[in-house]
Ligand binder design. Structure first.
Ligand SMILES: [Zn+2]
Length: 130
């Protein structure tokens, strides 16, 4: 996924609200309204993920759109949540500190400020949990 596309998906990615099929126990993020295993027997409920998990892969972003330029370099990682689904998120640590398999936990942080409207967005980022 491109960095620009990642940031456009902020509301969905940062609320960490997905769904669970209570019939088989599977978790879905992004949320699904239909369980591919249980099909019509699946009972889908909303699930707020704890947000703890571990780094599967990561990249260091050294140039970003104007809005995020002052944050560079920053670490963007795919985090496998303890419930199973994978999410993309920013890990707040030094670029040389992040590694595959690192435990992370969520923190509620400022994501960005929209210069024109003055709106400041908050959401979930990750910090090392070890
Ligand atoms: Zn199911």
């Amino acid at each position: 996924m491109s960095v620009a596309r990642f940031w456009r998906k902020i509301p969905q990615r940062y609320n960490l609200v997905g769904t669970q099929c209570t019939t088989c126990g599977s978790f879905f993020f992004p949320p699904r309204t239909f369980c591919p295993d249980c099909r019509r027997a699946g009972v889908i409920v909303e699930h707020k993920f704890k947000g703890t998990g571990e780094v599967v892969t990561h990249t260091v972003v050294r140039s970003a759109s104007e809005q995020f330029e002052q944050m560079t370099p920053y670490v963007l990682a795919i985090v496998q949540l303890d419930e199973g689904p994978r999410v993309t998120g920013q890990v707040v640590c030094a670029p040389e500190e992040v590694r595959i398999g690192m435990r992370v936990k969520p923190v509620f942080r400022r994501i960005s400020a929209d210069g024109e409207s003055g709106v400041i967005y908050y959401g979930t980022k990750y910090i090392p949990a070890e």
